[in-house]
Write a protein that binds this ligand. Structure first.
Ligand SMILES: Cc1ncc(COP(=O)(O)O)c(C=O)c1O
Length: 388
């Protein structure tokens, strides 16, 4: 049995999730951070042992081949799902956000329009806009109590300058895992309009409440027009290690990707990271299974708590990810003040909905990847503050 209950002291360790609160609220604040998507759990013993072994080499020069010993592990892991990839399809990057930037730079021109479903993972908008492109927002609408894409709403706005679609599955922040027919709709839409598909699947291991298919293999078109990015960093709590990978199955597209990457050093990796990822994929399966079970139970606990004791909040139960999307517009607090209110009155930090789209004032995103005792404490604090 793996221990996810012990509280890990992260404050004061130059940890963004905890220490970003220090400058504003002091080092003695007792705020429980449930914002930024990393987890308050120690890494698996296997990963820690692999890193110690590497550290014992006492020198950390450049990697000869960052994927050495890892290619086979990635192919095996993802072909056990429905990816159908070969070792040649793998590309590497210091992070998914950097990799997406690389694709935008290599495959679009300033002035292009890039489709972005809304709400969206915060960095997507600046990635588009700072590369001189325009965001074409595709609204996600609530049907049958869940967020779905409304592709029909943008059909007429797509024109010859529209070149890409940024797809995120499992979806941050709504926690959706898209059904196969939804993937087909996105695939058909992209084919109809000749769009490249940027496919962010960084949360693909968090299939908590539903299995997932990748859009990569939905059609011949998606197979040759999709840039899929994943990593072990979310799943195994290695985000600061900075290493991700992707699948580009078309050799010409891959060449173009590499050419652009060569301008920036994108494919040069921290030499500790591959050791951690190999240990994750080779020997941390038990830890991973324990984690997924723990997160599933945490998210179910939070949803139930909110339904019973905070009925003024609408919670959208997550199919994937460990993130819950909360509509808090009925809490009687001005949307602009909600985040501060939660910090000052409940000593709990969530992420403000407006990070995910201007229209989401009054919403919050809650990260449930923390020990259950802290999650329970955070929810009880919210109950006290909001039911006053
Ligand atoms: C959807 C999504 N993409 C990308 C990232 C960041 O990935 P990286 O740290 O590899 O750039 C995150 C982190 O929260 C995320 O949620």
């Amino acid at each position: 049995m793996i221990d996810f209950d012990t509280i890990l002291q992260r404050k004061g360790t130059n940890c963004h999730k905890w220490d970003s609160l220090v400058s504003e609220y002091g080092k003695d604040n007792d705020i429980i951070p449930m914002g930024i998507a990393d987890m308050d759990f120690p890494c698996s013993d296997e990963i820690l042992a692999a890193l110690r072994k590497k550290i014992d080499e006492r020198a950390f020069g450049y990697c000869e081949d960052p994927l050495d010993g890892l290619r086979e592990l990635i192919v095996e892991r993802y072909n056990a799902r429905d990816y159908n990839i070969t070792a040649d399809d793998i590309v590497i990057a210091t992070g998914v956000v950097y990799a997406i930037n690389n694709v935008i730079r290599a495959f679009s021109k300033p002035g292009d329009k890039i489709v972005l479903p809304v709400p969206y993972y915060t960095p997507f908008r600046p990635l588009v806009e700072k590369n001189g492109c325009q965001v074409l927002e595709c609204p996600m609408v609530i049907r049958n109590g869940r967020y779905e894409m409304d592709l029909a709403a943008i059909e007429d706005a797509v024109d010859e300058r529209t070149t890409m679609f940024i797809f995120c599955n499992p979806h941050n922040p709504t926690g959706r895992i898209f059904d196969e027919d939804e993937l087909r709709e996105v695939a058909d839409f992209c084919q109809r309009h000749a769009l490249w598909i940027i496919n962010d699947e960084i949360h693909a291991d968090f299939t908590l409440n539903k299995p997932m298919r990748s859009i990569l293999n939905i059609s011949e078109y998606t197979r040759s027009h999709t840039f899929t990015f994943l990593s072990a960093t979310k799943t195994f709590n290695l985000a600061g290690m900075k290493m991700s990978f992707g699948f580009i199955t078309d050799p010409q597209c891959r060449d173009r990707y590499h050419q652009q990457a060569g301008l920036t050093g994108l494919e040069s990796i921290n030499s500790l990271a591959p050791e951690a990822v190999k240990a994750a994929y080779r020997s941390s399966a038990l830890w991973e299974k324990g984690l997924i079970d723990y997160l599933r139970a945490n998210c179910a606990y939070a949803c139930q708590f909110i339904k019973e004791r905070l009925p003024q909040i609408t919670v959208y139960p997550n199919e994937g990810t460990y993130l819950l999307w909360l509509d808090m517009r009925n809490c009687g607090i001005e949307a602009e003040k909600l985040n501060e209110y939660l910090i000052n009155e409940a000593h709990v930090q969530l992420n403000d909905g407006v990070y995910y789209g201007r229209q989401f004032a009054g919403y919050q995103r809650m990260n449930c990847a923390l020990p259950l005792s802290q999650l329970r404490e955070a929810l009880e604090r919210m109950e006290k503050a909001l039911n006053r």
